[in-house]
Design a protein around this ligand. Structure first.
Ligand code: WTA
Length: 664
């Protein structure tokens, strides 16, 4: 790979260069393929032949109060799916199954962090949702209103969302780990009328109060809120929960006594189902809007086929937080639309022990696990003794989402969690896409570790160069070239920002912000956010590829690389590395890792500095904060670190960076 050292390399200036090669392949396991919902190309063929007809077929799997008349009306960048149709999301997720005789099927096995459990069947969930919907009515919420939800991961959270959907109010779930300021800003932007919250939740064995944040958020503004509905989760562990007279009411006082019947509103297909805020490049978060018919169609379709859901036998567990889009689509709406049985877990990875997840899988006989690479790399760091202490043979499909999964983390997941028998589906998508877009189908796709493989049936993704020209091999920008049913319908209150953010970079195409490459066999490989791409001596090097090369070393559990300003090369590569537990750092270790990267992908990608650290700064949803690491690497002030999982990590990193001179 010596050619990459030569700055007259003809590839210089390429959109994003691709160096990393991975040639291990994993065809679908025979037994799984034999029983899979789909094991051939028929869905792809159908979608290729008639893209709208394909999505109309999927939409017809739902129950419509009124049939749709049109499939797609596309006025770039505004899409309308299933025009004329009327349906209700909570009816599709609940009543429909109860009417079909599945009322006794378990919808959720809830496990609280302290070990408390609740089993909730579809009929029970329907009753709870109806009562909550009636309670919302009693608090003045009407069709077309917005309701903010700020809760821990307890069953009342999906109940609250479904209750909103039932009466036609849009919800805006704000992740329970966000601050009072973040909550206030989101309530104000959406002009929410009611806020649903809890006294608090459990985290690492400690009660964490939430209501105090709510009071702080509401005291400084958020005047649209008329009532606050409060679930008593902590009870005696939060004795000081203050309730404001006339504004705040307890869930058990307001919901429990309501009638267990509430007719579902017949919503139009394009009515707003929810707003979910996601951070952007500016301080003001974007309120991503999702509507009813198209969203439910695509989440139900993808949940069913990507995880090969056999709803009568599978126990499915998505270990995300409902506060993120992954939880909306794959803890609440997708699984319930498919009448699946899910595990809902309140807590952290390591409470009371580092094997908490594996004990949950063993106890509930979980057959499908969907989680983030950050969790997998943490488990790698902790060692294999924790999973091997448990019986994980119930598992049959594993999923990954949220970040690129490095090939070695994939192999670890495959080997130590999946017992070398469970396909790993690496699913690429975004808050904006609403549902999975690029992913294997477990009974169909031959897997390559680290690749999200191919766009799903009905999805057309293209990698383009700087000029927007589609390329069929090599690295560039990931775009979506046709509308899809669960696409965002805009940014709440800001049409221009929607057009500008997603549709202005490449004409006629949605630009996702990610880099990707296509290999010789047409597989898609995500290369990280293009804002993070490094420019070393004129070579555009992807952070993901260098990170994967580092994680490929047997001692490395996790790595984050950033480009720091460099007088000679423009940028130089700085790597932050977390080793597997028990591995000692010695003087040669950094050099060994640099060499490993050079061998694996070429000398140009060799990190100049390697900083060893026990933890990396992550956002609350587990994504590595490269922007902040770049600031650390360049010795700048750190600015706002409140979205960090653990702010002390940054301080630690800064000290280490200062103490460690680069390789000269
Ligand atoms: C990243 C989460 C690589 C990507 C569903 C995307 C991924 C952003 C993958 C969206 C994946 C998500 N491989 N990168 N399988 N999945 N990403 O909105 O950068 O929280 O643009 O949605 O996460 O994050 P969001």
């Amino acid at each position: 790979m010596a050619e990459h050292e030569d700055t007259t390399d003809p590839k210089r200036g390429a959109t994003i260069e691709d160096y990393f090669e991975e040639d291990r392949t994993f065809p679908p396991p025979e037994g799984l393929a034999a029983a899979a919902l789909t094991a051939d190309r028929s869905l792809f063929d159908r979608a290729d032949a008639d893209f709208e007809g394909f999505w109309a077929d999927q939409a017809r799997e739902l129950a419509w109060f009124e049939r749709f008349e049109t499939v797609l009306e596309w006025d770039l960048p505004f899409a309308k799916w299933f025009g004329g149709g009327r349906l209700n999301v909570s009816y599709n997720c609940l009543d429909r199954h109860v009417e079909a005789g599945l009322g006794d099927r378990v919808a959720y096995y809830f496990e609280g962090e302290p070990g408390d459990t609740r089993t909730i069947t579809y009929s029970e969930l329907l009753e709870e949702v109806c009562k909550a919907a009636n309670a919302l009515h009693s608090l003045g919420v009407e069709r077309g209103d917005r309701v903010a939800i700020y809760m821990p991961m307890i069953p009342e959270l999906p109940v609250a969302m479904l209750a909103c959907a039932r009466i036609g109010a849009a919800h805006s779930v704000v992740f329970g780990g966000f601050s009072a300021d973040a909550l206030r800003g989101r309530i104000e932007d959406a002009e929410a009328k009611v806020l649903i919250t809890a006294d608090g939740g459990w985290r690492r064995g400690q009660p964490v109060a939430l209501k105090a944040n709510v009071d702080a958020a509401l005291s400084g503004g958020a005047a649209s809120i008329e009532h606050v509905l409060v679930v008593r989760r902590l009870g005696d562990a939060a004795p000081d929960t203050a309730m404001t007279d006339g504004r705040d009411v307890w869930w058990h006082d307001t919901v429990d006594g309501q009638p267990a019947h509430c007719p579902p509103e017949a919503m139009e297909s394009e009515d707003l189902l929810f707003i979910l805020y996601t951070s952007g490049t500016t301080a003001q978060p974007k309120g991503i809007m999702h509507t009813t018919g198209g969203y439910l169609t695509q989440v139900a379709f993808t949940h069913k086929y990507v995880f090969d859901i056999h709803a009568d036998t599978d126990i499915y567990w998505c270990a995300a937080d409902v506060g993120w889009v992954t939880g909306h689509s794959y803890i609440v709406y997708g699984p319930l639309a498919n009448a699946a049985t899910s595990v809902l877990y309140e807590g952290t990875l390591d409470h009371p022990g580092r094997d908490r997840w594996w004990s949950i899988i063993e106890a509930y006989k979980v057959s499908i696990l969907y989680c983030a690479p950050t969790a997998i790399r943490t488990f790698m760091k902790w060692g294999t003794e924790h999973p091997t202490a448990h019986d994980l043979t119930s598992l049959r499909v594993l999923g990954s989402v949220g970040e690129p999964i490095n090939p070695e983390a994939w192999i670890w997941y495959w080997t130590h969690i999946g017992g070398s028998r469970c396909p790993v589906v690496d699913t690429w998508w975004q808050t904006e896409t609403g549902a999975i877009m690029i992913s294997p189908l477990p009974g169909v796709t031959t897997l390559k570790p680290g690749s999200a493989t191919f766009p799903l049936p009905g999805i057309s993704a293209e990698v383009v160069d700087d000029a927007g020209v589609s390329i069929d091999r090599g690295g560039g920008y990931l775009t979506l070239s046709r509308p899809w049913p669960s696409m965002l319908r805009g940014i709440y209150g800001d049409t221009e920002r929607y057009r500008e953010t997603y549709w202005s970079r490449f004409e006629g195409k949605y630009f996702a912000g990610d880099g990707a490459k296509i290999d010789d066999e047409g597989y898609f490989w995500l290369l990280g956010r293009v804002d993070d791409v490094m420019n070393v001596s004129g070579h555009r090097v992807s952070t993901t590829e260098v990170e994967s090369a580092l994680v490929d070393h047997p001692t490395v559990a996790e790595a984050a690389v950033v480009g720091a300003l460099d007088a000679t090369t423009g940028q130089s590569i700085i790597a932050f590395v977390t080793l597997i537990s028990g591995v000692e750092v010695d003087a040669e270790h950094g050099e060994a890792l640099r060499k490993h990267v050079a061998t694996k992908i070429g000398p140009i990608a060799r990190p100049k500095t390697i900083i060893f650290t026990d933890d990396l700064p992550k956002t609350r949803s587990g994504k590595i904060m490269r922007r902040l690491l770049r600031d650390v690497a360049e010795g700048r002030d750190l600015g706002d670190t409140t979205t960090l999982a653990d702010a002390s990590v940054v301080e630690e990193l800064r000290n280490r960076a200062a103490a460690q001179p680069g390789e000269e």
